[in-house]
Each structure stands twice: as C-alpha cells, then as structure tokens.
Design a protein around this ligand. Sequence first.
Ligand code: BJW
Length: 305
Amino acid sequence: MPRCLLPRSLLLFHPLLAFLRVFFRGAPWHSVFTSLYDPAVNDLSLAASRLRQARSVVAITGAGISAESGLRTFRGSTAASAAELPRDMQALWAEFDPQTLATPEAFEADPEKVSRWYDWRRLGCLAAEPNPGHLALAAIERSVTASGGSFTLLTQNVDRLHHRAGSTNVVELHGNIIQWRCTSTHRVIDLPPEPFATFPPPSPFAKGALLRPHVVWFGEMLPPQALEAAAAAVQSCDLFLSIGTSAVVYPAAGFLHAARQNNAFTIEINAEPTAASRIVDICIQGSSGDILPSLANAAFSPPSS
Ligand code: BJW
C-alpha cells in the first residue's frame, strides 16, 4: 500500500495526483506531487508500459539480484529478520567486518586473510548459476535493442552472472572477483576454477608481488572507463531501473539521482524499502527473480489470442 502523507479525506484524489505526478514528470513544479505522495507502489503494468515505450534504458543491479542464485548480499533485511536466516545466508557485512576485508589497508595489513576470504567467495560465484532475474534482464536487453533502443546494464556485482545469463552491454562498476591482478604490474589474470595453492597468492608477473582480487574496495576509485560509460548512458536514458541494491554505496548510488535530474522515469525493484524507494516513480517490492520475468513478459510478450 502506498504510504500517504496527506489526510485520509484527500485519499480520494490519490489516483488524480498520482497521474499528475507521473504525467508532469520533468515540469518545474513536479516536486509538488512527489512531495505529497510516495511513489506508485507495485504498479507492474505501468512499469511494463514505460519499459515498452522507452528508447534508452539503464538498469543498475546490486547483490539482491544474485541472492536467488545463492550468493549472499552485503546488507539488507532488518536486524530482526536477518537473525532468522541461517548464518551462511546472512548478509556478508552482518558476519564480517568490511574494514578488515574490503579495503586496501586490510589487504596490506593481512593479505593472507583477505585473499583467503576472496578466494572462498570467488569459488562461490563460479559455482552459482544465473537465476530468472538475470535471464529476464538479458531478455529485456534483447527486446529493447531489437526495436532500435539502447540498453545499458550497470552492475555493482562482481560475480559475472549477468554475462553468463547473456547480457552483453554490461558495465562492471566494482570490477569482478573472477579475475585477479598483480599488485605490482596491475596485469589481470584469468584463474582456473580451483582454490589457490598458497595464500596470499604470489603474482606470476613480478617477483615478490601478490595477486589481489580485481574488485573495487572502499576508498578506491572506480574504473574510469566504467564511470565514463555509466555517466554517458545515464545522461541520455529515459528509463532507469534500480534492482536489488540498497542504494547506499557511492558513486554507484548517485546514478539514480543523475537519471532523475535528467527526467528519466525511475523504477525500483527490491525485496525491501531502500534509500531509493521514496524518490523513484514506481517502487516494486519483491524478489527480482519473480518480478523481472513478469515485467519482461508484460512489456514485450505479444498478448495471447
Ligand atoms: C533483493 C533480493 C531479491 C535481497 N530480490 N532484492 C559519498 C557519500 C558517502 C560515502 C561516499 C561517498 N562517495 C564515496 C563514499 C565512500 C564509499 C561509500 O559509498 N560508502 C558508503 C557505504 C557510505 N565509496 C567508496 O569508497 C567507493 N569509492 C570511491 O568513492 O572512490 C572515490 C574516492 C576514493 C578515495 C577517497 C574519496 C573518494 C568504492 C565503493 C566500493 C564498494 N565495494 C563493495 C565491495 C566490492 C568487492 C567485494 O565484493 O567484496 O561493493 S562494498 C559492497 O557494497 C559491494 C557492493 O557492490 C556494494 C553495494 O551493495 P549492494 O549491491 O547494493 O548490496 P546490498 O547488500 O547493500 O543490498 C542488496 C539489496 O538487495 C538489499 O536492499 C536487499 O533487501 C535486496 N534483496 N534479496 C530483490 N531476491
């Protein structure tokens, strides 16, 4: 149910205000409507209609889209509901301290511990399979591009599951965990699907150097080409989808705000409310593995006769 900031007596006008809010998106006084009402909630048919009409689509994904492939998210779920999950499915940062694992300082202080942890996660990603959410996003990309539109997938995920699901225009904002790179030469290496023999793994490229995961840690810059490609796509998009992300890690979380500034229509698909939920045009709550296939079908499947 939409959470309404107006007195109950004005609820009668809700459909009208909701229509005006969506219709006049981009007008200078548009914010009047957004400030009066929360986003349309769970309106899959409006989302499908906007997706069908869109010419330039950008989607950003986070760990939530891979949760149904068995990969753990970083955050998410209230403390109460998280406690009900088995330990091995709890959010990573509920069990591990990111300061001692996901920063360059942590790697410098304890490369063995950090590389063991990342190798454990690398093997988990290799063992995982794309789920219906990944497959539906790849199908949406094909439908949008087949009709002459553009589709760019910005992912914060390091698991490579979008590539394996068939998505082609993928921008990896936080790198990937499947490849590792030399701490001295920065050369990137593809690894066999077996654990390293020694920790920390020595680099084959430079004596005394190590291999580190080819991911972006806190305090590190995102890859410049990824940032440029993302900014260019967001600049010209008319529809922006935010999927399975808590939308708290910057600069990735800033792309939704940039898309809104450029008057793109914005849709969130997430299991629970996030930092983005109050500012998008449509907020669909649920699992991306259920919602994305429904959205793709509703937007692009011909009606059955
Ligand atoms: C489902 C679901 C289902 C579950 N269906 N949904 C501006 C303001 C404030 C801070 C900063 C700022 N600019 C920079 C910063 C600092 C920092 C930052 O943002 N910190 C915030 C946490 C406060 N950013 C950085 O340091 C970045 N670098 C940078 O800015 O460089 C410039 C700079 C350098 C030096 C000085 C100053 C500036 C780098 C960020 C790198 C993030 N790295 C990680 C680890 C990657 C490697 C690894 O895998 O270990 O990336 S952290 C982690 O968070 C990972 C993720 O990509 C990222 C985002 O998480 P994501 O994907 O959103 O996952 P969750 O778990 O948070 O959310 C999942 C959601 O899914 C939940 O809501 C669930 O409910 C939902 N869900 N099941 C749908 N089935």
